[in-house]
Design a binder for this molecule. Structure first.
Ligand SMILES: NC(=O)c1ccc[n+]([C@@H]2O[C@H](COP(=O)([O-])OP(=O)(O)OC[C@H]3O[C@@H](n4cnc5c(N)ncnc54)[C@H](O)[C@@H]3O)[C@@H](O)[C@H]2O)c1
Length: 281
């Protein structure tokens, strides 16, 4: 769908990072934006900054893990703006612990699935009926490259993002079968410079392998820690959030189901898909 002035978007996790950059990109195009986040003060500050820049925003403190709160977000958005065109399910978290799957913390699993997967499900349940009634609109689900490839020691995050890809593909198929003209884009970014990733960048830039080892599963050898460092070093050259946001908006306008913002890391995805296809024999 073409993004244009007069439309209304909802962005979850909009108080910082990629969500904030997406909201800024939409506001630049004259779109009014409902900003949802759990971080009350940061949300207020973000809304004030956007308003000072001339943007039309509605900050709504919302926990996407809470279905009723997301339904209330839909009601508030419609009451305030009278329409909704684009829904961006962006809010996401990582696990507290970096552990192999058999030692993973179950509370981490529950938290990550509640926000990353059910948060998107709640957004779809609350908003798609309104898009369907209007006969137009677009759903954007922010997954990750972790939704297309394995992430050692990040099983819960990886599973949640694979699930976001799966529900986006399912939603696309359902809308097609029901002939509902609503767009779906699932976004699979590589590393983006946001508060979510800044801790790891600081750690890598400090160059201290002892601190890095403390973040890794117990029992890693010095050589294994060095291998992890080498693998993570690419993060330091991560994408800026406004660049990622522009690529996402371009994918929405091109009505693309998949948006892979980072061309340079597609090889890992290609290897996985080729591995699966090779099993066809
Ligand atoms: N930064 C990256 O490298 C990267 C890469 C791939 C995918 N992603 C995905 O992009 C999305 C945004 O990530 P980011 O890097 O901007 O993260 P971030 O941590 O910098 O910002 C996330 C925002 O979401 C909010 N939030 C957290 N839980 C929430 C909840 N339950 N309800 C509502 N809001 C909530 C936080 O308060 C915060 O403002 C996430 O889904 C993340 O998984 C990020």
């Amino acid at each position: 769908m073409i993004i244009e002035a007069g439309q209304v978007a909802v962005v979850t996790g909009a108080a910082q990072g990629l969500g904030r950059a997406l909201a800024a990109g939409l506001l630049d195009r004259g779109v009014s934006v409902a900003l949802a986040d759990t971080a009350q003060e940061r949300l207020r500050d973000t809304a004030e900054a956007f308003t000072a820049g001339g943007g039309q925003v509605l900050p709504v403190v919302t926990d996407v893990a809470d279905a009723a709160a997301v339904r209330a977000l839909a009601s508030r958005t419609l009451e305030h703006f009278g329409r909704v065109d684009v829904v961006v399910n962006n809010a996401g978290i990582t696990a507290h612990h970096v552990r192999p799957l058999w030692q993973a913390d179950l509370e981490d699993w529950r938290r990550v699935l509640a926000v990353n997967l059910l948060g998107a499900v709640h957004g779809i349940r609350a908003f798609v009926p309104h898009l369907a009634a209007a006969g137009a609109g677009h759903v954007v689900n922010i997954a990750s490259l972790a939704g297309l490839m394995a992430v050692p020691f990040g099983s819960a995050y990886c599973a949640s993002k694979h699930a976001v890809v799966a529900i986006s593909e399912t939603l696309r198929a359902e809308l097609d079968m029901m002939r509902l003209p609503i767009g779906v884009t699932v976004v699979c970014p590589g590393y983006v410079r946001t508060p979510m990733t800044e801790g790891m960048v600081t750690l890598l830039q400090a160059g201290d392998d002892t601190q890095l080892a403390e973040r890794l599963p117990a029992g890693f050898s010095t050589e294994q820690v060095e291998q992890v460092r080498a693998r993570l070093e690419g993060m330091v050259t991560m994408m800026e959030p406004d660049v990622a946001a522009e690529r996402i908006i371009a994918a929405v306008e091109a009505d693309r189901l998949y948006a892979l913002t980072h061309g340079d890391v597609e090889d890992s995805v290609r290897r996985r898909v080729e591995g699966i296809l090779a099993a066809l024999g």
